[in-house]
Design a protein around this ligand. Structure first.
Ligand SMILES: [Zn+2]
Length: 734
């Protein structure tokens, strides 16, 4: 596998930019600017309420009048605040997951995957943790693994911290405390708090890639960013500042050294530190008292300023660093980039950083850049599973609609896209980004770890003639830590809130305690999602009170598709596939706001909301410009993408045809792949009967969820099946 070098080494030259083809703004779920009539009606509605809630409504009236004015031709432009609809996440600490799909998996990841990965890191090529000990002891040379190994250990700590936040585990916490002590001891070696074991052991005079070094390989700022992430999450999970002390010393030193001239003009070769510094800034802004116990003074504004510098210096000439080109999103200024290019993981993490910063600095150029690049990614460069990064060369995005089914699709890409999706959902309050996050969680990212929790994927193609398989460990084991980061963070993605309401973004059995309008609102969600589309939410506000409950209505369920949607389910209705009841009474004419069904009422304890999402088996077709999927269909049911594996289909799957009339029946199988709903049908098998002769016969087929592929040994696998014999690869009948 070329992953080891292509991901982390030098850019492959020659990636060219393609002209921007912006998706029209008429996406099914983006609330269009209201008409004059709508504005006037809203104003009347509002004024009718004045007698009921005069003080609140007066304030809202002013906003609505301003809003209406802004919509009129010639009116003033919308301000960022008015346009943003920003959400606040409901933290992991406020949510308890009790879910038949996720809870057993989370138990495996916490009890098997995390210890398995830490042990493998400890033993790999001399041991990633031993690098810190060697620095502590003043040794030189002998660095184990690649320069980004520090960063991968930090990412493991961040992911583990989120699991600890949800489910305390003294044994795991003690293990991590031991690692942190070794990391801190290594940092003590340097009076400035510099820490990057590869540089210190192998090239101590080449910090930041200077003096003939190569930051493109050294991953200095990548490691700094991963450390800061780990420190913030570990503090949030445990209340311990042991790693935060290390992180702020290194973050401060980074701020001293890197930035606009006369400092070293450097941008990260591998994005991650942009969002990490944004979150470090937020931590201290929200907890200023934290600064008192730290070994160095903290001015959090420096972290924010440097994070912004790293965004804004890309694509600009820098005195201390050559351009990394499109490979590292450095060929033109971020605000001028119109298509998402280059290394897919780096691009997704950069965009996650841009969107996180937009939420803090309120700048429209940040917001527009993030949304524009997401449109290109989601609308033209994402696989039906959510995978990104079609080409092995440079682990990069291809051109628009270049989505070969034997593509690369690094697990880290799906995870990075998930982070980007989540940040845009928070930034805009638009459910379409949560739809995309959901796709990663149930498909592209979830495929990255085996059901047993101790083998992994790096690449996640949508077809494999020779069979997909999983590895126990890899020369570049970046994917398991990224997987754990996303899945660890998942409980914090289920709910969000704004000042007036609660948002249900994911359908996961859980309880939550949310602070809203001066009181605690508890709620309980029960569901058998993703196998069933029934969701029940029981409200328990501390006292009866009025607020909004926003329920995401997934795009896979209903909603008009815009003309350039990349993937079109065959029968998606515009309305009627999602139904709501409150206390048993069916609700009609539900208001849809940015993809959410919005329920405004005076909630009291015991109120029950029932959401039903129809889950027919959908035949999905790709946009006609996707060559690889021409005359082919993929199967989805709810958020799940399905595949056909040889294990269920007579060893071969390349000879299968799904004629347009084939009827699929879902069937839950508790004893298969940890419990999955399979799809069964009579399709067509194409078999070779002679040198030039083939025969087609009715053939019983079974599809299983894509995420569970490659868990039964090596076998053929395919997601997109042809609808006619032309696209099949006939096999000899066994
Ligand atoms: Zn990876």
């Amino acid at each position: 596998m070329s992953a080891r070098f292509s991901r982390w080494g030098f850019p492959s030259p020659g990636l060219r930019l393609y002209d921007a083809i912006r998706k029209p703004s008429g996406h099914r779920r983006t609330t269009p600017l209201p008409s004059r009539r709508t504005c006037v009606k809203a104003l009347h509605r509002c004024l009718r309420c004045v007698s009921i809630r005069p003080s609140i409504v007066k304030i809202f009236s002013i906003y609505i009048i301003l809003g209406a004015w802004c919509c009129l031709p010639g009116g003033v432009a919308k301000t960022t605040a008015q346009a943003s609809n920003q959400l606040t996440p409901v933290s992991i600490q406020s949510v308890t997951v009790e879910d038949s799909f996720w809870s057993p998996k989370r138990k495996v990841w916490q009890e098997m995957t995390i210890p398995d990965c830490f042990t493998k890191f400890e033993n790999d090529r001399g041991g990633a943790l031993n690098n810190f000990d060697r620095v502590r002891d003043g040794e030189s040379d002998g660095h184990a693994g690649p320069p980004w190994y520090d960063g991968l250990i930090y990412e493991m700590i961040r992911g583990s911290a989120d699991f600890l936040a949800a489910q305390p585990d003294p044994v795991l916490e003690k293990r991590i405390d031991g690692y942190i002590a070794r990391i801190a001891a290594a940092q003590e070696r340097d009076t400035n708090g510099y820490l990057n074991t590869w540089t210190e052991l192998q090239h101590p005079t080449q910090r930041w890639g200077l003096n003939g070094g190569n930051d493109g390989y050294q991953h200095e700022m990548y490691n700094v960013g991963a450390l800061c992430e780990a420190a913030v999450h570990y503090y949030q999970a445990t209340g311990k500042t042991s790693l935060l002390k290390v992180a702020v010393r290194l973050a401060n030193y980074t701020c001293d050294q890197v930035g606009p001239a006369p400092k070293y003009e450097l941008v990260p070769n591998h994005a991650i530190v942009e969002e990490a510094f944004a979150n470090l800034y937020l931590l201290f802004r929200e907890h200023p008292g934290l600064k008192r116990g730290l070994p160095v003074a903290v001015d959090e504004r420096r972290y924010l300023e440097l994070a912004q510098y790293w965004i804004e210096a890309r694509g600009q000439a820098r005195k201390d660093q050559p351009s990394y080109g499109a490979y590292n999103q450095d060929d033109r200024p971020v605000f001028e980039q119109t298509t998402i290019e280059g290394h897919a993981v780096r691009a997704a993490l950069l965009c996650a950083g841009v969107s996180a910063l937009a939420g803090i600095n309120g700048r429209d150029d940040y917001r527009q850049a993030a949304m524009r690049l997401w449109e290109n990614m989601d609308g033209k460069k994402t696989y039906v599973t959510g995978g990104i990064g079609a080409t092995a060369a440079g682990e990069a995005f291809g051109s628009d609609y270049f989505l070969p089914n034997d593509g690369y699709l690094e697990t880290c890409g799906a995870v990075g896209a998930g982070f980007f999706d989540h940040n845009l959902n928070l930034l805009t309050g638009d459910a379409r980004y949560a739809d995309a996050l959901e796709r990663e969680l149930y498909n592209g990212a979830l495929a990255g770890v085996s059901l047993a929790g101790n083998s992994y994927t790096y690449v996640n193609p949508l077809q494999s003639a020779s069979g997909n398989s999983r590895w126990s460990w890899n020369g570049c084991p970046c994917c398991p830590p990224m997987f754990l980061k996303l899945m660890g963070a998942m409980p914090g993605y289920i709910y969000a809130q704004d000042q007036t309401g609660i948002y249900v973004n994911l359908f996961v059995g859980s309880t939550a305690k949310i602070q809203l309008a001066g009181q605690t609102v508890s709620l309980k969600q029960t569901t058998d999602y993703p196998w069933q589309g029934d969701v029940k939410i029981t409200m328990k506000p501390a006292k009866p009170s009025e607020f909004d409950l926003h329920l995401r209505i997934p795009g896979w369920c209903q909603g008009a598709a815009s003309t350039d949607d990349l993937y079109q389910p065959s029968n998606r209705p515009v309305t009627g596939a999602a139904r709501l009841k409150i206390n048993g009474k069916a609700m009609a004419n539900i208001e849809m706001v940015r993809g959410y069904a919005t329920l405004h009422r005076r909630w009291k304890s015991g109120d029950v909301v029932q959401l039903t999402l129809d889950m027919p088996v959908e035949r999905v077709k790709a946009n006609a410009q996707v060559e690889a999927d021409k005359n082919r269909v993929a199967l989805m049911r709810g958020p799940m993408v399905y595949c056909f594996e040889g294990a269920d289909n007579g060893a071969a799957v390349q000879n299968l045809v799904l004629p347009p009339g084939a009827e699929f029946t879902p069937e839950y199988r508790s004893n298969l792949l940890g419990g999955v709903t399979v799809l069964k049908a009579t399709a067509t098998g194409i078999f070779r009967t002679g040198a030039d002769q083939v025969t087609s016969v009715p053939f019983k087929v079974m599809a299983t969820p894509y995420y569970a592929n490659a868990n039964r040994g090596t076998c053929q696998m395919q997601v997109w099946l042809p609808e006619s014999q032309d696209g099949a690869n006939p096999q000899k009948q066994e």
